[in-house]
Design a protein. Structure first.
Length: 248
């Protein structure tokens, strides 16, 4: 089953306005399958005409997408779409485009596996190293979850909570994951909130994680986050969001 979120995710590439738009348009087309893996893109003249851009702007955009692992170019051959295994899936733009073009079960399974590996350990580390200010950020996000009146407000607060936990690890190798995975995690949280009996059903689990971090109890924080993610996996299985698919 393919699940899609109701949010619209924009690319984060911060190029000049027109140049950034070309990067976004081509990125969407590649990630969304308009140009399948292994396919040659139309020649420069055709692409410039369809995108209404100069050759220079097009070439700059292709360089950006090549750096993200999506495209490869060779003289007298052209530009083609690389196999998905070569895409930089932790690039914020690639993740955002993936979410915007209808992620499949395989994508959500991989995202959940990433969370199960990282977030329980991050919660334990946050329990050991969080500052008073970082704890206050978690408490503020939790309060916003309590006050949420609809799925959209809940998802925004839930995302802030999980991001605050990662920030509280104070690990410079983990903190960048906040920016990298935000759009993908927002997509997942939106779907699981709708699959639950009520969008805020997970509030008690979040409270237990917060309490463990507040108490400085790493083992309890790790356990409570693992339990929360186990509940998330169960919801996704009930919604047939983790169906096995052939590897790409």
């Amino acid at each position: 089953m393919t699940a899609t979120a109701t949010h619209t995710f924009a690319a984060t590439y911060a190029g000049r306005h027109r140049h950034g738009q070309v990067v976004k348009t081509l990125g969407h087309a590649v990630v969304g399958g308009t140009y399948p893996m292994g396919a040659l893109l139309p020649n420069e003249e055709a692409l410039c005409r369809s995108l209404d851009v100069s050759r220079t702007a097009l070439r700059e955009a292709i360089k950006v997408l090549a750096a993200k692992g999506l495209l490869e170019s060779r003289p007298r051959v052209g530009t083609w779409v690389r196999p998905r295994v070569g895409w930089n899936m932790l690039d914020p733009d690639v993740l955002a485009w993936r979410c915007a073009t209808g992620p499949d079960a395989q994508f959500y399974r991989h995202l959940l596996e990433l969370r199960e590996i990282i977030e329980p350990a991050a919660a334990a580390l946050a329990a050991r190293s969080r500052s008073p200010e970082q704890l206050a950020d978690m408490e503020q996000a939790f309060k916003a979850m309590e006050d949420a009146r609809n799925v959209g407000e809940w998802v925004a607060a839930d995302l802030s909570f999980h991001n605050a936990v990662l920030q509280a690890t104070n690990n410079p190798l983990l903190v960048p994951l906040v920016a990298i995975t935000s759009s993908a995690l927002e997509s997942l949280l939106s779907i699981t909130a709708r699959q639950a009996g009520g969008f805020n059903d997970a509030l008690p689990d979040h409270r237990k994680v917060l309490d463990a971090i507040r108490d400085g109890d790493p083992q309890r924080a790790l356990h409570r986050m693992a339990v929360m993610l186990s509940d998330t996996r169960e919801l996704m299985q009930q919604a047939d969001m983790l169906d096995d698919v052939a590897p790409v």
